[in-house]
Design a protein around this ligand. Structure first.
Ligand SMILES: [Mg+2]
Length: 355
């Protein structure tokens, strides 16, 4: 089998409402769909969702796709490890572009094998509980959103914080009051806190008996030892996200015991092939992994769902971005049920793309 055609098709998806986090506000999301066609007629779909976190945008993806296209056209798409190495050797950075191409290759082998991707990858579980995220806003707005999420059957809420500890405390405590003790709450400060901020927030929550599952990326991505200070001093598990981009970052994080958990996003790490390695690094050091997402359409997010379900050490999922759009161009891929996200049982990613 050979790849005979490779295309990158950019789509701008509007969010239902602006999404505010400590380090940016987003109203629309660029998703670049990657379509690979083989000489046997199999079409593989992937999707790149560039983000400031990986220093990419739609233009870098489209520009650098031209090189990726030259490198993979004519190649056997089933040789994913070879093609991953070729892309890594010839194209520095660009992880979301690589993730899009890598997912399309996996979609092809899933279709060739007649198997859904999560089973082809080893199939540890059939579904995974996911959080749904509440962006920053007024306490009233955030409470409304929390009620909505719970009424849709979700049992885990991720609350954005990181701008002002006192406001954050007010929001978190109000949400806990409204949703009750059985709903899991996780926090994400997106680099917005100092070490002292993070510790005082967690201590106050403890004093108020407000239980939280984890705190994600409290401090600046580049200040590795600030993150470690928080990890050492906080009773709540600390997760690295913006600090965890490359495989080398994964090694650094576990070697120096910087964080208790790592958030692997396919768009940061460069696709499933690299995510398998990052998860193996984490698992070897007893560090649990969460699979998160950028502002990903189901075209991109479905790959994260399949990956998350395939591996035991992926104990957490934050795979909710497909819920955020006014209109997605993808059907299938995964569905939500009773707080879980469930991968499609169709071959490959199981997505249908209508551009
Ligand atoms: Mg995060």
């Amino acid at each position: 089998m050979k790849i005979v055609k490779a295309e990158a098709i950019p789509i701008e998806l509007r969010l239902k409402e602006p999404f505010v986090i400590a380090n940016e506000t987003v109203e629309h999301a660029d998703n670049v769909f990657i379509r690979l066609e083989t000489d046997t007629g199999i079409v593989g779909w992937g999707c790149s969702t560039p983000d400031t976190v990986t220093a990419e945008d739609r233009n870098t993806v489209l520009k650098n796709f031209e090189l990726a296209k030259k490198l993979i056209t004519g190649a056997d798409p089933t040789r994913i490890n070879l093609l991953n190495a070729v892309l890594e050797d010839n194209l520095k950075g660009n992880p979301s572009l690589k993730a899009g191409v890598n997912s399309a290759l996996y979609d092809i082998i899933g279709k060739k094998a007649g198997m859904p991707l999560y089973l082809l990858l080893g199939g540890y579980r059939d579904k995974i509980e996911t959080s749904v995220t509440i962006g920053l806003g007024s306490t009233d707005l955030m409470i409304e959103k929390a009620k909505q999420i719970v009424s849709q059957g979700f049992r885990c809420i991720k609350i954005k914080c990181g701008i002002n500890v006192n406001n954050d405390l007010e929001n978190i405590i109000a949400i806990r009051d409204v949703v009750g003790p059985t709903i899991k709450l996780r926090l994400d400060a997106n680099e917005g806190y100092s070490v002292e901020d993070a510790i005082s927030l967690i201590k106050t929550l403890e004093e108020r008996n407000v239980d939280v599952e984890m705190l994600e990326q409290p401090t600046k991505a580049s200040f590795l030892y600030s993150l470690k200070d928080v990890t050492v001093q906080c009773p709540v598990p600390i997760m690295a996200d913006e600090t965890a981009l490359t495989l080398r970052d994964s090694i650094k994080l576990v070697k120096h015991e910087i964080a208790d958990m790592i958030n692997i996003k396919l768009m940061k790490i460069g696709g499933i092939t690299n995510a398998i390695k990052a998860n193996a690094i984490a698992e070897s050091a007893d560090v649990a992994v969460m699979v998160g997402c950028m502002n990903e359409s189901m075209g991109a997010m479905s790959a994260g769902v399949h990956f998350a379900c395939a591996f035991k050490n992926v104990q957490y999922a934050d795979l909710d971005s497909a819920l955020d759009f006014e209109h997605d161009v993808v059907t299938g891929g995964a569905k939500y049920e009773d707080g879980y996200v469930i991968p499609s049982n169709e071959p490959g990613l199981g997505v249908t793309v209508k551009l």
